[in-house]
Design a protein around this ligand. Structure first.
Ligand SMILES: Cc1cc2nc3c(=O)[nH]c(=O)nc-3n(C[C@H](O)[C@H](O)[C@H](O)COP(=O)(O)OP(=O)(O)OC[C@H]3O[C@@H](n4cnc5c(N)ncnc54)[C@H](O)[C@@H]3O)c2cc1C
Length: 413
């Protein structure tokens, strides 16, 4: 076994490592790939809502802005196997045509995530890699016969796919530091979450993240209210910092701006213009005297008449703003505050932030600085990205680099 390489984990990182290692060694039989599951790349089938956003086409400088916590660590791996190289690999070597969509996101042209997983698995098999299906590695010790080992066990998110954080244990066994791991790209649950909100999709709105009442980040775009809270798109982007702040006992508020393209003043003017055109007075709608119910009905119809809110959002908006007046309406439309009290855990988080400390990994090879012959790649590392194809590119780039270098190490023995 001293002339063989063990790879633990057959996700995108592990499969890419196996492919490059087999090619470098010129003999796939010297690569043994262990995975708990009966098929490889199980998580890939879930990616991109079943469509697999396999990378992002942005050039490195823009790409790197979406990486955490160390934007520079991936530079060498990316240079060795970039997003463009990955697209060529899929199209020319694996026969999977791709398509680039909004936001430079790249998908298989079929928009079927399984096509990506199956193409990688077939390549691994075609190279003669010794795949041990249904094989959970329990400790690094079990692999002591191998000349080199790559840990590609992923993070802790979506544990049903097999990613249960085992790699952190293996890393510690070898003396590595594992930074605090926490769910990222996950739903943020507001206090007293209004039951009328789940299911609503927000298009082109603004979200601002306040930590301990200080504005730390603003985003504009789409997100959804789901049963779990504020989710996907720009909400996911803010979730990394929000979860970390909650984790540290800080106060987290998200402010929703329903009219990001208009200032409060512009909103007032727009209301006036509609008023003139319609020949009625907005103030009269608001000042309908009588019962509370009648007043609420009147405000509600005003919001609808002025097309200030989609119909489905009006009732929750009014419940959140019981003291709404014509004077404070523009301000409230731009500042709907949600106090965030919880988040969706690893069971449904898209990625795991934190992991094997990058300080102990050589960025040019993915080798451990502590144990010769040991390599790490993919989400097990303390490296993650925004949604948009960044996380799979991390897995592919670091996997390819680890595979080549572990094979070279083996050849040098
Ligand atoms: C719902 C969802 C959607 C996503 N969509 C996208 C997307 O569209 N684009 C994008 O870029 N990223 C996306 N991601 C993130 C991306 O899927 C991950 O970052 C990526 O899969 C990480 O790759 P990996 O190979 O490091 O780990 P994983 O894919 O987690 O693979 C790790 C493998 O290791 C195996 N394993 C673990 N422990 C052991 C052990 N002890 N013994 C043997 N085998 C073991 C597991 O069975 C698993 O197969 C998504 C994630 C989720 C959950």
């Amino acid at each position: 076994m001293r002339d063989a390489l063990a790879i633990v984990g057959g996700g995108p990182a592990g499969m890419m490592a196996a492919i490059r290692a087999a090619e470098t060694l010129g003999d796939g039989r010297r690569v043994v790939l262990f995975d708990k599951n009966e098929r490889l790349g199980r998580k890939i089938y879930l990616t991109g809502k079943g469509r697999c956003n396999l990378t992002n086409r942005r050039p490195w400088e823009e790409f790197a802005a979406h990486l955490y916590p160390d934007k520079g660590f991936l530079r060498f791996a990316f240079r060795a196997f970039s997003n463009e190289a990955l697209i060529r690999f899929f199209e020319e070597e694996l026969g999977v045509p791709t398509v680039t969509q909004q936001g430079q996101r790249v998908y298989p042209a079929s928009l079927v995530a399984g096509d990506v997983a199956r193409a990688l698995e077939h390549r691994v098999q075609a190279l003669g890699v010794d795949v041990r299906y249904g094989s959970a590695v329990g400790s690094l010790d079990e692999l002591s016969d191998f000349g080199a080992v790559i840990i590609a066990t992923g993070g802790k998110s979506y544990p049903v796919t097999g990613s249960t954080g085992d790699g952190y244990r293996f890393a510690r066994e070898a003396g590595h530091t594992v930074t605090t791991v926490f769910p990222s790209e996950t739903a943020l649950l507001p206090k007293d979450y209004d039951p009328g909100l789940p299911g609503l999709e927000m298009k082109n709105v603004g979200l601002q993240l306040y930590i301990d009442r200080t504005l730390v980040e603003s985003e504009q775009g789409d997100f959804n209210f789901t049963n779990d809270g504020l989710e996907s798109g720009i909400a996911y982007h803010l979730s990394r910092r929000a979860v970390w702040a909650l984790y540290n006992g800080q106060r987290v508020d998200i402010v929703l701006d329903l009219k990001p393209a208009l200032s409060e003043e512009q909103l007032v003017n727009r209301m006036k213009r509609t008023e003139q055109a319609g020949g009625f007075r907005i103030r009269e709608h608001f000042s309908a005297s009588g019962t509370k119910t009648r007043a609420a009905e009147s405000v509600s119809s005003t919001l609808e008449v002025y097309r200030l809110l989609p119909k489905s959002l009006i009732a929750p908006f009014l419940r959140a703003n019981p003291d709404l007046t014509i004077e404070n309406l523009p301000e409230r439309l731009k500042h709907w505050t949600f106090r965030i009290v919880d988040y969706k855990g690893f069971e449904r988080a898209v990625v795991t932030a934190g992991g094997v400390s990058l300080k102990e990994i050589v960025p040019k090879t993915m080798a451990s600085r502590l144990r010769p012959g040991l390599y790490f790649c993919g989400e097990v590392l303390d490296l993650d990205g925004d949604t948009g194809g960044y996380n799979l590119q991390i897995a592919f780039s670091t996997g390819a680099l680890a595979g080549v270098n572990a094979a070279k190490y083996l050849l040098s023995l």
